[in-house]
Design a protein around this ligand. Structure first.
Ligand code: AMP
Ligand code: MG
Length: 302
C-alpha cells in the first residue's frame, strides 16, 4: 500500500497525517498551541511546534501502524516532496469527507473567509472578507473579553442572550467583520453582557455568510455546499447554512471537527492528488509562497 505523510505547521497546529493513495485515512496526530491569556505569539507557537514535533510524528506512525520506511511521498531528506497550498488542502479534504462533486465551499478559518467554487479550470473566489477572517474576528473579541485562544469555541459556549444590533456588512459578494468587532468590543467595555455580545456576533456574522453563499449558489447553479476551516466546528453556523440549503433543496455538509481545522491528513491527501498527477520537487528546490491565493494555484488533479 503506497502511503503519503503530510505535515501541517502553518499556524497554531503541528499535525502529521498519513493517508493511503486510495484515500484511506490511517493517522491524524496533532497538537494545538493554546493559551489562557493573550493570543497566538509567533515565537511561542514556533517553540510549541519544536517541542511536540517528534512526539506527534511518532504518534502518527503508531496510529497508522507503519514506520518511515513505508512512506512513499513527503518525508524530509531523500524522498520526493510535493509542495501544496494550505487552503486548497482544506477544500480537497472537504471533497473526500463529504463525497462532494462540485460544491460551493465556504472556507472559514482563523485568517480566511472565502466563498469558493471550481470554474474554468481553477478555484474561483466569488466572495471574501474585505478585512479580517471570521475566526480572527472571534479570537480578537475573545481576547478582549479575557477568554484566551482559541476564542471561537468559547464564544459559541457563551452565546446566549438578547440580540444587540451590530453592523451587518455585506458588500456585493464580500463581507466585512472589523466594524462589528469594534462595536462589540466598545459595548463590552460599557458593560453589555458577554452572552448578549457572543450571541449577536454569531447571529450577525453567520447570517452575512449564509446570504453570500446563497447568492453564489444562485449564480453558479451548483447544488452542494461544503463548510470547511476551523469555524466549521460551530453548530450555529452549520444550522443556519443547513436551513438555507434545505429551503433550496440542496446538499449541505460540514466537515467534522477532526478534519475541518488544520491537520496533517489534508496535507497528505493533497500531496497524493498532486503526486499522482505528476507533481514533485527535489527537496533543495522547494520554495515557500505564503501569499499564494487559491485562484493562483494550477489545478492538475481535477
Ligand atoms: P483553522 O485556522 O482552520 O484551524 O481555524 C481556527 C479558527 O477556528 C480559530 O479562529 C478558532 O477560534 C475557530 N473555531 C474553532 N472552533 C470554533 C467554534 N466552535 N466556533 C467558532 N469558531 C471556532
Ligand atoms: Mg487552515
Amino acid at each position: 500500500m503506497k502511503l503519503c505523510l503530510g505535515i501541517e505547521s502553518t499556524a497554531h497546529t503541528f499535525g502529521v497525517g498519513i493517508v493511503s493513495f486510495k484515500g484511506k485515512i490511517l493517522a491524524n496526530a496533532k497538537s494545538q498551541f493554546t493559551t489562557t491569556t493573550g493570543g497566538m505569539i509567533p515565537t511561542d507557537v514556533a517553540k510549541h511546534h519544536d517541542v511536540v514535533k517528534a512526539r506527534v510524528l511518532a504518534e502518527a506512525l503508531e496510529e497508522a501502524k507503519v514506520s518511515m520506511k513505508d512512506i512513499s511521498v513527503i518525508a524530509y531528506a531523500e524522498l520526493p516532496l510535493v509542495p501544496i497550498n494550505h487552503s486548497v488542502a482544506h477544500l480537497s479534504i472537504g471533497d473526500l469527507i463529504c463525497k462532494a462533486k462540485d460544491p460551493i465551499y465556504l472556507y472559514v478559518s482563523g485568517p480566511n473567509t472565502q466563498v469558493i467554487g471550481f470554474a474554468g479550470g481553477r478555484f474561483r473566489i466569488f466572495g471574501e472578507t474585505l478585512d479580517i477572517g471570521l475566526g480572527n474576528m472571534l479570537d480578537k473579541f475573545a481576547r478582549e473579553a479575557g477568554l484566551g485562544f482559541p476564542g471561537g469555541p468559547k464564544i459559541e459556549q457563551f452565546a446566549k442572550g438578547t440580540y444587540v444590533e451590530l453592523p451587518y456588512a455585506v458588500k456585493g459578494m464580500d463581507v466585512s467583520f472589523s466594524g462589528m468587532l469594534t462595536k462589540a468590543v466598545g459595548l463590552l467595555k460599557k458593560g453589555t453582557p458577554l452572552g448578549d455580545l457572543c450571541f449577536s456576533l454569531q447571529e450577525t456574522a453567520f447570517a452575512m455568510l449564509a446570504e453570500v453563499v446563497e447568492r453564489a449558489l444562485a449564480h453558479t447553479e451548483k447544488k452542494e455546499v461544503v463548510l470547511i476551516g476551523g469555524v466549521a466546528a460551530n453548530k450555529r453556523l452549520c444550522k443556519m447554512l443547513d436551513d438555507m440549503c434545505r429551503a433550496r433543496k440542496m446538499k449541505f455538509c460540514a466537515v467534522p471537527l477532526e478534519y475541518s481545522g488544520d491537520q496533517g491528513v489534508m496535507v497528505a491527501y493533497q500531496g497524493i492528488l498532486q503526486f499522482t498527477n505528476g507533481e514533485r520537487v527535489a527537496p533543495e528546490k522547494v520554495d515557500i509562497h505564503p501569499y499564494e491565493r487559491i485562484d493562483e494555484v494550477e489545478v492538475s488533479w481535477k
